[in-house]
Design a protein around this ligand. Structure first.
Ligand code: KG4
Ligand code: ZN
Length: 316
C-alpha cells in the first residue's frame, strides 16, 4: 500500500510517499524562512507561508499514485495544522481515497521503521523527546501506547531552545547549542542541576534547569562551557531516567524518537549505556511527513472527512 503523508504541525511543510509503511519513495519538506528571520515561530506569519508551500511540496512528493492519505491532526499550532488537515481532506474528497488522521507524537516513533530491515520488536519502550514534549512511552504493539512518564513543565527541546536563544545563537537553537558544546574541553567549571534525576518516577522537569542556566549566564560565564554543561545536564537526565524505566519494564526494544534525537551527545550516551537501542537516522529525527505516512500504514484507521479536524492539544 502506498500512502501520501502530510505534516504541517509546526513550521515545516512536508509531504512524503511511503510504500508499505517502510520504503521511502519521496520525502519533501519546505523549511520556514519566517522562523529564521524572527528567531522563532510566529504562528500567523508561519501559517501564511505554509499556505504558499503546501501545494508545491505535495506536487513534488507525488511521484506515483497513492492508495491513501495520512495527515497530522495534532498536537501543534492550530493555523499550521489546519493547512495540512484541510488540504488532505480536499485531496481525499477529490481522489476518493481513505484519509487517516495521525497524532504527530506517535508519528515520530515510526522514524524507526523507515528503511529499517530490522525494526523494533514489541513490547518497546520509547524515549520521545521533541520541542514540545519529553515522554517515556510503553508501546505493546502498533496502536497500543501507554504514557509512562512525561515532563512536568518544559520539554527537553524547549530547554535547549530557550537557553540557545539566551546565548545569542540562531534559530533553530538546539543544533547550534550542540555545535557550540562540541568546542568545549570536558573540564567545564559550571555545574547545572539534573532535575528529578534521583526521584523514582519517570517524569522530567526542565524549567528549573533553564532558570539555573540563566543565573550562570548572568554571571558572565563562558558561552562554550555553558552550552556544554547544558547538553550534559539534559542528556544525563534523559538517559538516566530512560535506563531506570528500561529496568522496570521488561521490553524487547528500546527506542529513541523526536527532534532532540538528532543530538549526537544523546545518541552517543544512549548507545554506550544500552547494548542495543534503536536510533532513527539523523535526517528522520526532526519533523517530516515520512514517519506520518509510516504511522498511518501500521495504524490504519481511516475516518470520514467530516470526522477529521485539527486538534492542537492532542497528547499520547
Ligand atoms: O520533533 P521536532 O522536530 O519538533 C517538534 O515536534 O517539536 O523537535 C524540534 C526540537 C527543537 O527544540 C530543536 O531545538 C530540537 O528538537 N533539536 C535539537 C537538535 N536538533 C533538533 N536539540 C538538541 N540537539 C540537536 N542536534
Ligand atoms: Zn515533532
Amino acid at each position: 500500500m502506498t500512502i501520501l503523508g502530510i505534516e504541517t504541525s509546526c513550521d515545516e511543510t512536508a509531504a512524503a510517499v511511503i510504500e508499505d509503511g517502510v520504503k521511502i519513495v519521496s520525502n519533501v519538506k519546505a523549511t520556514s524562512f519566517i522562523s529564521k528571520k524572527f528567531g522563532g515561530v510566529v504562528p500567523d506569519k508561519t501559517a501564511r507561508e505554509q499556505l504558499k508551500f503546501i501545494l508545491p511540496v505535495i506536487q513534488e512528493a507525488l511521484v506515483k499514485p497513492v492508495d491513501a492519505i495520512a495527515v497530522t491532526v495534532g498536537p501543534g499550532l492550530i493555523g499550521s495544522l489546519l493547512i495540512g488537515v484541510e488540504t488532505a481532506k480536499t485531496l481525499a474528497l477529490a481522489w476518493n481515497k481513505p484519509l487517516i488522521p495521525i497524532n504527530h507524537l506517535l508519528g515520530h516513533i515510526y522514524a524507526n521503521w523507515l528503511d529499517n530491515p530490522t525494526p523494533p520488536e514489541f513490547p518497546a519502550l520509547i524515549l520521545l523527546v521533541s520541542g514540545g514534549h519529553s515522554e517515556i512511552v510503553l508501546m505493546k504493539g502498533h496502536g497500543q501506547f501507554k504514557l509512562v512518564g512525561s515532563t512536568r513543565d518544559d520539554a527537553a527541546g524547549e530547554c535547549f531552545d530557550k537557553c540557545g536563544r539566551l546565548l545569542g545563537l540562531p534559530y533553530p537553537y538546539g543544533p547550534y547549542v550542540e555545535t557550540l558544546a562540541a568546542k568545549a574541553d570536558s573540564k567545564t567549571k559550571i555545574s547545572l542541576p539534573r532535575p528529578l534525576i534521583h526521584e523514582r518516577n519517570f517524569d522530567f522537569s526542565f524549567s528549573g534547569l533553564k532558570t539555573a542556566f540563566l543565573r550562570e549566564f548572568q554571571k558572565g560565564q563562558d558561552k562554550v562551557a555553558l552550552a556544554f554543561e547544558l547538553q550534559e545536564a539534559v542528556t544525563e537526565v534523559l538517559v538516566t531516567k530512560f535506563l531506570r524505566a528500561a529496568e522496570k519494564f521488561s521490553v524487547r526494544s528500546l527506542v529513541l524518537a523526536g527532534g532532540v534525537a538528532a543530538n549526537l551527545r544523546l545518541r552517543d550516551r544512549l548507545s554506550k549505556n544500552l547494548r542495543h537501542v534503536f536510533i532513527p537516522p539523523l535526517s528522520l529525527c526532526t519533523d517530516n511527513a515520512a514517519y506520518i505516512a509510516s504511522c498511518a500504514f501500521f495504524n490504519y484507521y481511516p475516518r470520514s472527512i467530516t470526522k477529521i479536524s485539527a486538534d492542537p492539544s492532542l497528547d499520547v
